[in-house]
Ligand binder design. Structure first.
Ligand SMILES: Cc1cc2nc3c(=O)[nH]c(=O)nc-3n(C[C@H](O)[C@H](O)[C@H](O)COP(=O)(O)O)c2cc1C
Length: 198
């Protein structure tokens, strides 16, 4: 396994959109899932659950549902859903689930619930980057969440928060070079009116 510093992984991690057919080593898969479980969560309730999907037919079906959800949201605008079925080219997809009902009873806002699952997803993606593996956070499946849960036997009480493809980056894909606003536009020094200087 390769490795890189945390700051370097933070700098270069980006959404990888095509994957090589090279298999993901089982050891690497377990390493990224373990890193996900090192995330913080409210009350340390650890509501994350991960479903690893390798079966080509299941990946293809989930990709078709993703594309259908994408069309329902964005129509057929270019780039809304790619010409190839989503997820088919990544060796593995990971369903990042939250078992919020059994681990965190009581009404909670989406904001609060998301705050206990997305740090785990980011840990997973950063660990993957450190090992040379590409990922992408996706949430577009939500129109077909019930179908996905039925396909994989996921209980009703569990939410599929995101689907993360995992694999070595495909030809033409690269880490780094991501577009971000400068710090002066997003960080303030003591008051909202005062941008943090460089
Ligand atoms: C909560 C969340 C949901 C996202 N959903 C999708 C998605 O459904 N499909 C997709 O292709 N990318 C999705 N993305 C990836 C973003 O488009 C991507 O992170 C952003 O454009 C910045 O690009 P980068 O990750 O390459 O730096 C999502 C990202 C986040 C954080």
């Amino acid at each position: 396994m390769t490795d890189m510093s945390l700051m370097e992984a933070l700098r270069v991690q980006r959404s990888i959109r095509s994957f090589s057919s090279r298999p993901v080593p089982e050891e690497a898969l377990r390493a990224v899932l373990r890193a996900a479980t090192w995330a913080p969560s409210a009350g340390n309730r650890q509501p994350w659950r991960f479903v690893v999907v390798r079966d080509p037919a299941a990946k293809r079906q989930i990709g078709l549902w993703y594309d259908d959800s994408s069309r329902a949201t964005y129509g057929n605008r270019p780039g809304a859903a790619g010409s190839q079925p989503t997820f088919s080219d990544s060796p593995v997809i990971i369903l990042v689930c939250i078992d919020a009902v059994s681990t965190n009873p009581g009404p909670r806002s989406d904001f609060y619930r998301g705050a206990s699952i997305f740090p785990a997803m980011q840990n997973l993606m950063l660990a993957a980057t450190a090992l040379g593996l590409g990922t992408r956070p996706t949430t577009m499946h939500r129109h077909h969440e019930t179908d996905i849960k039925r396909l994989l036997g996921i209980p009703d009480s569990v939410d599929v928060a995101a689907i993360v493809p995992l694999g070595y980056p495909g030809d033409g894909e690269h880490f780094g070079g991501k577009k971000r606003k400068p710090l002066s536009e997003v960080a303030f020094d003591g008051a909202w009116s005062k941008p943090l200087s460089r």
